[in-house]
Design a protein around this ligand. Structure first.
Ligand SMILES: *[C@@H]1O[C@H](CO)[C@@H](O)[C@H](O)[C@H]1NC(C)=O
Ligand SMILES: *[C@@H]1O[C@H](CO)[C@@H](O)[C@H](O)[C@H]1NC(C)=O
Ligand SMILES: *[C@@H]1O[C@H](CO)[C@@H](O)[C@H](O)[C@H]1NC(C)=O
Ligand SMILES: *[C@@H]1O[C@H](CO)[C@@H](O)[C@H](O)[C@H]1NC(C)=O
Ligand SMILES: *[C@@H]1O[C@H](CO)[C@@H](O)[C@H](O)[C@H]1NC(C)=O
Ligand SMILES: *[C@@H]1O[C@H](CO)[C@@H](O)[C@H](O)[C@H]1NC(C)=O
Ligand SMILES: *[C@@H]1O[C@H](CO)[C@@H](O)[C@H](O)[C@H]1NC(C)=O
Ligand SMILES: *[C@@H]1O[C@H](CO)[C@@H](O)[C@H](O)[C@H]1NC(C)=O
Ligand SMILES: *[C@@H]1O[C@H](CO)[C@@H](O)[C@H](O)[C@H]1NC(C)=O
Ligand SMILES: *[C@@H]1O[C@H](CO)[C@@H](O)[C@H](O)[C@H]1NC(C)=O
Ligand SMILES: *[C@@H]1O[C@H](CO)[C@@H](O)[C@H](O)[C@H]1NC(C)=O
Ligand SMILES: *[C@@H]1O[C@H](CO)[C@@H](O)[C@H](O)[C@H]1NC(C)=O
Length: 438
């Protein structure tokens, strides 16, 4: 119904344009880039010449011989037979307008060259860019008319005069000019309608764009604990195949009237689908399931959901010289952040990054960290260690570490040298036996 009314409107607009042209009997209308023949029949025994009125430029002439400018053709044989017709090899906006032919300085023919109105229809999503080809820059109006407007003409939203763009106040911040293109950004459903590119000088419509803007539903963020189940609710009666698509191209579940199918750990019940419930359940959420999910019913996009996994929080009690083991959990690039404060704060200092499997740490830590992120702790290493996914900008794991204050001096006192990097257990063992001796 909607598409019928759009076509109907274009036809109406085109009829109006062609009616005005049809009254003009000496006008020749062709498609852009096609050749056009400007007719003129006359037995001229002297000099015949074609002039473009706008520029007053001579484009072709014939007497004992013929000459024509680039882009124009005239035939001497035809001239001798009384046919002075001029061929324009490829019609374009520069070559439009009135031409006249003279024989011995007397005007014998006057013909107007016009170009067919171009018609394009565009289907865009909200926030996309609308790009309109203005074709010329000397004097054009951009006219907008909504699909259901009563006013057949619509309103002038922008105009270009000698390359200078001017727009109505409500459009100025959204419009850009790039050469012969006018770009309207951040389009919304209310921008749907017709855009007419009108040549003011010749009062011709160069191009009619019909724009249909599709609403994209807002993405809902969903977070879940690691290994827990989660359901993306989605109520929609879908008589076509309903599909849940992960990261734009992976189908994880789908239902049609006869049955449902889903990948391991994803559930989409058939009875719920038939009831108009397209909800998707993930039985055990892990890091490989993070990201964007969208349900498609035919071409309609429904229920976009962005899944994140809540950071795992682990409290670790260590003694001086013991190892802090940090699980990196995911294949993505990660960074390890440290802050002595136990309050999670995004201003923590980066101490290591693991990018494409290659570990790089701050000088202070390089000696003490092994590839598995086994950090041998000093007494001043208490605080929060945060493992952050750098690609998805998500916190994966937070280790709240407290290192017990065991002073290394007793070891030195009994001749055992302690150096950071040594395993402390022997020291602690000795210390214990020493206390027992006392
Ligand atoms: C016409 O020709 C020009 C240049 O040759 C080209 O850029 C343009 O796309 C053509 N337009 C059409 C509608 O064929
Ligand atoms: C020009 O002259 C030829 C021969 O004399 C004749 O056949 C033809 O009809 C004439 N054309 C015009 C346009 O008068
Ligand atoms: C045009 O001028 C030429 C001589 O310059 C003459 O021979 C010829 O008859 C003229 N033709 C017309 C149609 O007046
Ligand atoms: C033919 O016309 C051209 C352009 O007006 C002129 O330059 C040329 O001398 C003419 N040739 C003859 C033989 O009259
Ligand atoms: C061009 O647009 C501006 C802003 O809408 C308007 O003020 C001006 O009158 C227009 N010029 C023409 C020639 O239509
Ligand atoms: C896009 O348009 C919407 C609604 O008109 C507005 O809220 C939003 O701020 C705009 N965004 C930009 C980047 O202009
Ligand atoms: C969802 O999360 C993204 C980043 O993780 C954020 O930019 C966006 O504002 C959130 N959307 C809502 C509706 O909270
Ligand atoms: C429904 O989907 C199943 C697989 O999910 C497929 O084998 C079957 O052909 C589909 N039926 C119809 C009617 O599309
Ligand atoms: C929709 O289906 C899901 C299972 O996929 C179920 O958990 C949920 O309760 C259903 N919602 C309604 C409103 O029936
Ligand atoms: C690391 O974390 C992942 C996911 O949280 C878990 O499956 C795995 O068992 C952990 N490995 C160790 C050594 O704790
Ligand atoms: C640690 O966090 C506190 C607030 O919790 C912040 O003021 C401080 O700058 C952070 N330290 C570092 C080294 O980033
Ligand atoms: C922490 O202690 C180690 C040795 O115990 C020392 O080398 C390092 O400078 C200390 N770091 C800070 C920030 O105090």
């Amino acid at each position: 119904m909607k598409s019928f009314s759009i076509h109907h409107c274009v036809l109406l607009l085109l009829t109006l344009i062609f009616t005005t042209n049809a009254l003009d009997l000496t006008s020749v209308t062709v498609k852009l880039n096609e050749s056009a023949v400007l007719p003129c029949k006359w037995n001229c025994s002297g000099l015949s010449k074609w002039t473009m009125i706008d520029t007053q430029g001579i484009v072709a002439w014939c007497n004992e011989t013929c000459w024509s400018d680039a882009g124009f053709l005239i035939s001497h044989d035809q001239y001798l037979k009384g046919d002075l017709s001029l061929t324009v090899t490829a019609a374009n906006y520069i070559k439009r307008g009135w031409y006249n032919c003279q024989c011995n300085e007397t005007e014998i023919c006057s013909v107007r060259l016009s170009i067919d109105t171009l018609v394009s229809s565009l289907l865009l999503k909200t926030h996309a860019l609308l790009v309109l080809d203005l074709s010329i820059l000397d004097s054009v109006d951009v006219i907008y008319r909504s699909h259901n407007s009563k006013d057949l003409y619509g309103e002038n939203i922008c105009n270009v005069t000698k390359s200078l763009l001017q727009c109505k106040a409500e459009y100025t911040h959204r419009v850009l000019q790039r050469g012969i293109f006018l770009i309207l950004n951040n389009i919304t459903v209310s921008d749907s309608g017709f855009y007419l590119i009108k040549d003011r000088r010749y009062n011709e419509i160069i191009h009619i764009y019909t724009l249909q803007v599709e609403e994209i539903p807002e993405v809902v963020n969903v977070s879940v604990n690691f290994d827990d189940s989660v359901t993306f609710s989605c109520k929609y009666k879908c008589s076509l195949t309903a599909e849940w698509i992960y990261k734009n191209d992976i189908t994880v579940a789908q239902c049609n009237q006869t049955s449902c199918w889903s990948k391991n750990t994803y559930v989409m019940p058939h009875d719920e689908y038939l009831k108009g419930n397209l909800s998707l359940m993930i039985t055990a959420a892990d890091y490989s399931k993070r990201g964007l999910y969208r349900c498609h019913c035919g071409n309609t996009i429904l229920c976009p959901r962005h899944l994140t996994i809540r950071p795992i929080r682990t409290a670790v009690q260590l003694r001086f010289g013991e190892y802090l083991l940090m699980n990196l959990s995911i294949p993505e690039n990660v960074e390890v952040m440290y802050n002595q404060s136990v309050i999670y704060d995004t201003t923590s200092k980066q101490i290591c990054t693991l990018k494409k499997g290659s570990l790089e740490c701050d000088d202070k830590y390089t000696q003490r960290i092994e590839r598995v992120l086994r950090l041998q702790v000093n007494s001043n290493d208490s605080g929060l260690y945060t493992i952050r996914d750098m690609e998805n900008n998500e916190v994966i794991h937070v280790y709240n570490v407290s290192v017990a204050e065991v002073h290394p001096h007793p070891c030195n006192k009994y001749g055992l040298c302690f150096s950071p990097g040594h395993v402390i257990t022997t020291c602690v063992g000795l210390l214990l036996s020493f206390s027992l001796l006392l």
